[in-house]
Design a protein around this ligand. Sequence first.
Ligand code: WT7
Length: 654
Amino acid sequence: MTNAPSADGRFAPSAAFAAKAHVTADQYQAMYDASIQDPARFWAEHGKRIDWIKPFTKVKSTSFAPGNIDIKWFEDGTLNVSANCIDRHLETRGDQTAIIWEPDDPKDAAQHITYKELHRRTCRMANILETLGVRRGDRVVIYLPMIPEAAYAMLACARIGAVHSIVFAGFSPDALGARINGCDAKVVITADHAPRGGRSTPLKSNTDAALLHCKDSVKCLVVRRTGGQTTWVDGRDYDYNEMAMEADDYSAPAEMGAEDPLFILYTSGSTGQPKGVVHTSGGYLTYAAMTHQYTFDYHDGDIFWCTADVGWVTGHSYIVYGPLANGATTIMFEGVPTYPDAGRFWEVCQKHKVNQFYTAPTALRALMAHGNAPVEKYDLSSIKVLGTVGEPINPEAWNWYNDVIGKGKCPIVDTWWQTETGGHLLTPLPGAIATKPGSATLPFFGVQPVILDPQSGEEITTTAAEGVLCIKDSWPGQMRTVYGDHERFEKTYFADYKNYYFTGDGCRRDEDGYYWITGRVDDVINVSGHRMGTAEVESALVAHVDVAEAAVVGYPHAIKGQGIYAYVTLMNGVEPSEELRKELVKWVRSEIGPIASPDLIQWAPGLPKTRSGKIMRRILRKIAENDHTTLGDISTLADPSVVDHLIEHRMNKA
Ligand code: WT7
């Protein structure tokens, strides 16, 4: 074993690995220092990793100043993101596989899509979108399974300067409709059905339901995935497969400004409905490509697999944009880790000789529960680097990943980032930074993390520190605004701590300067590596006729990281029952989607409130965590007796 801990508990890269790595320990320090001392110079150099139509002369124009949150990178440069991900590779690697598509059912053949084929397919999709009236700046919602057409659709939008907004195929018709309306999309691209884990989601009929609440002018482009039954609305619905047969093979990439929006991705926050995170073109692509190369120590010819879904930012940056900008072979997997059995990930790794494997702790925990036998059937010797993302990784899962998957010889990169950040902000570089299980270690180039005292808002300057994690200055992959609501952007990320970007995460920095994320400090919970706003689940619950009031908190969950715990007060005269409990779970799934399903629902005749009517979530969290012996001061409650009732009837007695 080479990836074994040294005396100080760190896992250092082997000399053999470091010798071949893009960045070694010394280089990391020198490059990091350079990136902080003179960001404009550093990024002017790294901005060259993508092709510009008109080169930029301005590099960084960013302000975190109150009332003037303004973020621009490479602002006078022009480029086309799709040409960067496809056209510029055609000459040197036109016949190389760009995308390996691995279908849900392992009995179905994988598809290998070359860069040439990707070009043809993307151009056709671009022409189809133009036929449907999509123009530069228009929004297109993508609601697709994990099929190559999802990548074609993203790249086709980028090609013609349209802005895509992907809605995860697990979201409900209501959530889809809200997003179509939220960004005023002209077209929604969907498929007949989405097979996943041997089951099928009727995406087209979900879309039909969503479109009942949208403008009549919204058009629907339907990709045939299963050939399963759908209903058809003439004049609104268009058959992708038919149109693709007729469409022209060439579409000229539009010349876009570096700061033209590339995509909107809705994500949950602590208040209100999900917000549309806006990412732009030049800075985002530079950052996605650079982090993909350095974090995973990606080399030409490597086969890269990120198991995320393109419905999340991880899929945007590390299935599509980062890898393709680097001319990589990227795997797109339609299925789930446990179908047809718990060996699926490893079967795919063996089959496609995966070199870098990137997944979430929740998937590792779920697989760990099946023991080592499903892993040992497969040859994983092609793997060089392992990655995790989405939540802190617990030591058991880290050790299993290291020993059983990596055989003790693959560096593990624990990447901390967010939908808002576009790419990794805290992460080890595998040839440079010795890791400590559970720590996202050190900042990526150009990133200045700071830990603030949550009360005073002052920066804690000692090496060892604990508080809230903020970032002091901009990096190219940063979100630029909340779609249609710049004020909300400022309020959410720049108001609590002036002149800093506030991440919403708590964090500890140890005596070696390593960062350890301790979890969200706001009313956002992290369920299986996906962000869920408690306010969203609450508003879904209170939309049910039988519900008077609801309060939702997270609690520790062995597989999901956090589970959803809902306290529900019923309308006068409504009796609690098991049926109603099931009905409410079903209701939330239909309002938002399965990822928002409450794991536990407790009937609460009353909720703990202050005299001014504010729900004391701190108390609800403690009870949900089964940690009710240390509730702290409850004397400010309007009616302290409700607490005893809640404790007595708590659902999590584990
Ligand atoms: C939140 C962002 C970025 C892709 C996945 C989720 C948590 C993410 C880690 C990590 C500890 C992590 C944070 C963050 N998170 N990665 N490696 N260690 N926590 O994206 O839905 O925007 O959620 O996920 O709490 O704020 P997201």
